[in-house]
Design a binder for this molecule. Structure first.
Ligand code: SAM
Length: 246
């Protein structure tokens, strides 16, 4: 069974206490607190600048006042967005990640960080943001949650605004079918780890492209572009979507 949100939160809190930058951006040689801060935040600026170029090309009229970074972690993308928007809000399920994000913030009160452990974004008004942004986050929650968050992204996006997000579309390798011993042992380990939280884990989930498109349409949005991304490694096909609120 997939993790509930309260479990997702516990695991990310533990990641944040053990190895926050590596948990946010897994890369060879960076495990064990080996990311250099400048190098780490530069990756965020590069990703955001590229995303903003795409958004400007497709939606030149989208506003530049307020942006939301959903699943902001330590603020890698939130701070980068502050170079493009007057104000940026980062939200995350993990209070420990948010503590890092606040500590690293270099933009004063043009950036704020909020804790949102809920399966919705009811704390934000309809049309509150010119851009809703989310990378390498939705892939870590079960589809029942990612569908709801996507609908919420459209609701809180201003008319004419942009919603830019990444999510895995499918696993590229078939799941292993063996039943003994790895599967049984894994199930037992997961059960024990679920109770005792000995080792943090990040679950991977997918939402097929057709389903993403139908959720966005049903929520009053329109998909403007879809690109494949390498954000989730080679075991998953991952897509980056740009949607517009009609
Ligand atoms: C892999 S990190 C990516 C952080 C950031 N998007 C980046 O690219 O730097 C995933 C983040 O999503 C957060 N997260 C996971 N589930 C969430 C949820 N349901 N709501 C908000 N944040 C969530 C985790 O706490 C973690 O900080």
């Amino acid at each position: 069974m997939s993790m509930r949100l309260w479990q997702v939160r516990r695991h990310w809190d533990l990641f944040a206490r053990k190895d926050p930058l590596w948990a946010v951006l897994v890369a060879p040689g960076k495990e064990g607190n080996r990311w250099a801060l400048d190098e780490f935040f530069a990756t965020g600026q590069n990703e955001v600048d590229a995303a903003m170029a795409t958004i400007r090309t497709h939606l030149p009229g989208a506003g530049r006042r307020r942006a939301l970074d959903f699943g902001c972690g330590v603020g890698r993308l939130t701070q980068a967005l502050a170079h493009h928007f007057d104000h940026v809000t980062g939200v995350d399920i993990s209070t420990d990640m948010l503590a890092h994000a606040r500590r690293h913030n270099r933009h004063g009160n043009r950036v704020d960080f909020q804790h949102n452990p809920a399966n919705h974004l009811g704390r934000f008004d309809d049309g509150a943001f010119d851009l809703v942004f989310s990378l390498i986050t939705l892939q870590h929650v079960a589809p029942e949650y990612s569908r709801r968050y996507l609908a919420e992204f459209m609701r809180i996006c201003a008319p004419g605004g942009a919603v830019y997000f990444q999510i895995t579309a499918r696993a590229t390798r078939p799941a292993r079918r063996s039943w003994y011993p790895p599967t049984v042992a894994k199930k037992i380990w997961r059960r024990i780890n679920g109770f005792l939280l000995l080792q943090p884990t990040m679950e991977m989930h997918s939402l097929p492209r057709a389903e993403v498109e139908s959720v966005i349409r049903a929520a009053g949005g329109e998909i403007v572009s879809v690109d494949s991304s390498h954000g989730a490694g080679t075991a998953f096909e991952s897509c980056v979507y740009l949607a517009r609120r009609a």
